[in-house]
Design a protein around this ligand. Structure first.
Ligand SMILES: [Zn+2]
Ligand SMILES: [Zn+2]
Length: 104
């Protein structure tokens, strides 16, 4: 596999996993499994977004394997076509709480 010469985002943010939940080894990942100190660029090989986190505003699963990174409008409408996009910055917004209005 051809390596992308960039550090793996997931490796640096809690772990790089296969879709079945098993840890991904360096040879299985397109990105480099090296520890870096500076903030990693988001949006590499993103996992599917976490429904609870994005639609409910919280996810109680500390070991959640799904993405908790704010979605762009395009990504949101791709994953959640039946839900309104709450607006840019929604993961930081006040109403981003359990039971907020935009969850139907
Ligand atoms: Zn990786
Ligand atoms: Zn989650």
């Amino acid at each position: 596999m051809k390596k992308i010469q960039e550090p793996c985002f997931f490796y640096n943010t809690g772990g790089c996993y296969n879709p079945d939940g098993s840890p991904k080894s360096e040879s299985e990942c397109k990105y480099l499994h090296v520890q870096i100190n500076k903030p990693v660029e988001k949006g590499q090989h993103l996992r599917a977004p976490c429904k609870y986190y994005h639609l409910r505003g919280e996810c109680k699963n500390k070991l959640c394997l799904f993405g908790h990174i704010e979605l762009s409008y395009q990504k949101w409408t791709w994953y959640f076509p039946n839900h309104f996009y709450p607006g840019k910055g929604y993961t930081h917004a006040g109403p981003f709480k359990k039971g907020c209005k935009w969850v139907n």
